[in-house]
Design a protein. Sequence first.
Length: 236
Amino acid sequence: MICFCCAGGVAVGYARAGFEVTGVDIEPQPHFPFEFIHADALTLPINFFKSFDAVHASPPCQSYSDLAKRNGNGHEWPRLIEPVREMLIKTGKPYVIENVEGAPLLNPAVLCGTMFKGLRVLRHRLFESNFPITVPPHGKHPRCHTFDKRKSQYGRTNDMIDFVSVNGGGNCSIAAARDAMGIDWMTKGELNEAIPPAYTEFIGGQLAKHLKDSKKCENQEQRHGFGNFSLRTLAT
């Protein structure tokens, strides 16, 4: 289940990792490519979340962004990470919370487009989880294509070949943004806030392994009980 699913970059990644995906968002998402529920995720009953194997949440990031810090208006946006974390802990399910750098996530893994073959986008995203996430090596950032004539690389890069920074500044074409992020179904506005599916495909592979290992542990508990205790209780 994907909370705050937007147009589905996160969801497509998990689908590629083998998950059946359901998205929830308070706003209509006509381009979301899977089953969609139009609702405020924070108002859904905990038992609904428990019907899924795992939950991913990408609460609004604007309040934590560099732009909000520069403008001093972060307070104008909702800060939902803490209530979302509290909700996800109550589900008892494996979970992931994603957000931007500067967000108050706990021991997050950091992913960047430079870590994935085929991506050409510089987009750091943080992922908090209650299961281990191992990240690839983080290489040096290359020069990004730019429309800013003050930059030394202006006129020397090609946005269909070189790295780009997909944001509201319009520093590359929509065709280049789609190609750089591995997303071909979103508008430019949706791309500005999206996560490349490669990020959650990578995390989804580790989540799938965690779920399989947990299932094996549960099966062992059922076969080898220790009085009123289980192997999981003893481990915790």
